[in-house]
Write a protein that binds this ligand. Structure first.
Ligand SMILES: [Zn+2]
Ligand SMILES: [Zn+2]
Ligand SMILES: [Zn+2]
Length: 312
């Protein structure tokens, strides 16, 4: 049966609490905004928001030193399009947090992803089956046209990710920036985790710095920092790393070239991921199939397109 329920979480919760409805443990947080409830129609227990939760809010913070407390993170079920993110403040120890990746409404289930959200369907399913023994039935995994379109976008993200090293080797940081930026916009549009959007923005920052585009690199590192603050909190090493680079100065990569070897040229649409895009953003030069893709993409795209406007 398809689902996103972790058997371990259900068993653990129900033996410990011995009832159908378990209140959230509020011992270490007086402002607990969720509770574990039985959701028979969904195939098991889940965590429901008991109040509206703002984007970036801390949903849970618990010590990883105490194994019993640590186990409670498994209360949160999985979705490939999660509304929350679970992370540790220092790699592998101390506190484990769950932060809201977007605004969550009262009564909505709080879901985290157990694997990278930008992985293609086949890879996600292999991982979830092997490590957690369930088959995901979230909105991103339901068979149909929407899934196929989303998969095309995720495949394009993978292609873009793979081409960046070759472009850097060919000393084409400007084209590598275009790919990192395209990938970032695709991840946003595909509702991938903010953590992965932050990493793509960080990659774009590095490419822009290598291209000697100071204003653009600062805008991308600032955006990466804001995304990390939201999804990982102020204590994470990644957030601190981005914060430390907000005002750094960069010199362009020696011998950087604008001439891209034909084999490394791409025209992947920054909205739908189709190859062979014919339209171009007049400001930042990202590619789009046509006006429709470009117009639909604008709400997300405008965030960082505007930083290209004036030469730095
Ligand atoms: Zn799924
Ligand atoms: Zn643009
Ligand atoms: Zn398109």
């Amino acid at each position: 049966m398809a689902g996103n329920r972790l058997k371990r979480a259900q068993e653990m919760e129900f033996t410990k609490q011995g009832g159908a409805v378990a209140e959230a443990d509020s011992a270490h947080d007086s402002s607990v905004v969720w509770r574990v409830v039985d959701m028979p129609d969904k195939g098991g227990a889940g965590v429901l928001a008991t109040a509206s939760i703002a984007v970036g809010a801390c949903i849970s913070a618990e010590s990883e030193m105490n194994p019993e407390e640590y186990e409670t993170r498994f209360k949160f079920n999985h979705s490939c399009i999660p509304n929350a993110h679970s992370c540790a403040d220092v790699k592998g120890k101390s506190t484990r947090y769950v932060f809201a990746l977007r605004a969550i409404e009262e009564g909505e289930e709080i879901l985290i992803s157990y694997c990278p959200t930008w992985w293609p369907y086949a890879q996600r399913h292999k991982e979830l089956k092997a490590k957690f023994d369930f088959e995901c039935g979230c909105e991103a995994c339901v068979e149909g046209e929407a899934r196929d379109a989303r998969e095309r976008g995720l495949a394009a993200c993978m292609t873009l990710f793979d081409m960046v090293p070759s472009l850097m080797q060919a000393k084409c940081p400007r084209e590598a920036l275009k790919m990192a930026h395209t990938r970032m916009d695709l991840l946003l549009h595909l509702k991938c985790s903010v953590v992965e959007v932050a990493q793509a923005a960080y990659d774009a920052f590095q490419m822009a710095a290598a291209a000697g585009m100071g204003k653009v690199s600062r805008a991308f590192v600032k955006y990466s920092y804001e995304c990390r603050m939201l999804a990982l909190g102020p204590h994470s090493a990644e957030t601190k790393e981005a914060a430390g680079l907000l005002n750094a100065a960069w010199s362009p990569m020696p011998g950087a070239s604008l001439v891209v070897p034909p084999a490394l040229l791409h025209n992947i649409c920054a909205y739908c991921g189709k190859n062979g895009a014919k339209s171009t953003c007049g400001v930042c030069s990202l590619a789009y199939c046509d006006r429709t893709c470009q117009t639909t993409a604008w709400a997300d795209h405008k965030k960082l397109c505007k930083c290209y406007k004036r030469p730095s």
